[in-house]
Design a protein around this ligand. Structure first.
Ligand SMILES: NC(=O)c1ccc[n+]([C@@H]2O[C@H](COP(=O)([O-])OP(=O)(O)OC[C@H]3O[C@@H](n4cnc5c(N)ncnc54)[C@H](O)[C@@H]3O)[C@@H](O)[C@H]2O)c1
Length: 339
């Protein structure tokens, strides 16, 4: 039997509390310390020792760390962990700037350390099933992907706007689900909450296979919505990642008898199927995959390089909103491998 991996958690806020819960129960892993300068005022540390800073955690000795502190600190803390030879799972978005994300990619790749980004939507059962179905060709050619991610304002997020905080989910899941990269993006943003950052965005883009993409994301809606639809030549798949439901709306294959409808030469409505899919907790799946990767097993984690690409698309979306121009990506890969 191999020894349990020693894991540390950095940041015990609204996301960190869930990491602590999952890490404490994760098979093959011991949660040996939690770092938060505010301590454990809510009793979320699950009995793990609560430490003042990353240096104290490194003194304990860890195989990997989960970084769940505010986004603006990901780079500094990630670089310190890379320097100490520790593997990391960094919460999304990887960093608050393209340059910071790039420095993290270099730091971990150059040392051969396992590192991933917590783009948790990849572990949502509805999106995992959707991705499998796209790979099997259930929809045929893809035409369009639409995501909507709306909800009320989260007062705790103060260091980034809704593009870096929420739209990065949509950018990552779109590229991951289709296996395609963005070739262009354009967007409008508004800022209604009086803060320096945007709180609403509407984006339109194109993927490398020509698929059209739309993202509507905001913190200004009382309605909480997490919607992804993929429309293709055989119908439409819709994932609700709040309920983890996946529904297929098929194009009708039977010829319609009704003359008035027959005149319309587009698609017509066929059967609607809500798939029965096993619903495992996405955060547990994310942790299992990352643990396996640290153990040297083959595991489909979100790499730092993929996290960097998402940060680049998010930055371009903000550039487009500022300049009023569409951003066209010259290359699919931002940096050559092995740099
Ligand atoms: N994957 C997801 O769905 C998801 C959801 C929410 C948040 N997040 C990400 O998780 C990160 C944290 O977000 P949150 O909502 O938990 O924020 P939060 O403000 O609730 O928690 C952040 C915690 O980090 C602590 N902290 C601050 N400085 C620190 C330091 N130097 N070292 C250690 N801890 C420090 C704070 O005291 C706080 O407890 C962000 O990057 C965010 O984008 C991801």
């Amino acid at each position: 039997m191999t020894a349990a991996l020693k894991a540390g958690l950095i940041g015990l806020g609204s996301m960190g509390r869930h990491h602590a819960r999952v890490l404490m129960a994760l098979e093959g892993v011991d949660l040996v310390g939690v770092v938060d300068p505010m301590g454990d005022k809510n009793g979320w540390a699950q009995g793990a020792p609560v430490l003042r800073d990353v240096e104290e955690l490194l003194d304990v000795g860890i195989d990997y760390a989960v970084v769940a502190c505010p986004t603006g600190l990901h780079e500094e803390i990630g670089l310190r962990l890379a320097d100490a030879g520790v593997c990391v799972l960094i919460e999304k978005p990887l960093a608050d700037s393209v340059e910071g994300a790039l420095r993290l990619v270099h730091a971990f790749e150059s040392r051969g350390l396992v590192a991933g980004v917590g783009h948790i939507e990849r572990c949502n059962p509805a999106l995992r099933s959707l991705r499998d179905r796209l790979r099997e060709g259930e929809l045929g050619d893809l035409y369009q992907i639409v995501t909507r991610r709306q909800g009320p304002f989260p007062h705790r997020i103060a260091d980034v706007g809704v593009v870096k905080d929420l739209a990065t989910h949509d950018i990552d899941l779109t590229a991951w689900m289709t296996g395609r990269s963005y070739v262009s993006i354009a967007a409008h943003t508004v800022s209604k909450s009086g803060r320096p950052y945007e709180d609403m965005v509407s984006a339109v883009g194109r993927l490398s296979d020509g698929t059209m993409v739309n993202h509507l994301v905001n913190w200004l809606s009382p309605l909480k919505e997490r919607f992804t639809s993929v429309t293709g030549e055989r119908g439409c798949l819709i994932a609700d990642t709040l309920t983890a439901d996946l529904t297929f709306y098929s194009n009708a294959s039977v010829a319609t008898e009704w003359e008035a409808l027959r005149a319309f030469r587009g698609v017509s409505e066929g059967d609607m199927i809500r798939y029965a899919i096993p619903k495992r907790e996405p955060l547990l799946v994310e942790h299992e995959l990352f643990r396996d990767a640290v153990q040297g097993l083959s595991a489909d984690i979100c790499t730092l390089r993929q996290g960097l690409r998402t940060v680049e698309v998010a930055a371009s979306l903000l550039d487009s909103a500022r300049t009023g121009r569409t951003v066209v990506f010259e290359r699919e890969e931002s940096i050559p491998r092995g740099v």
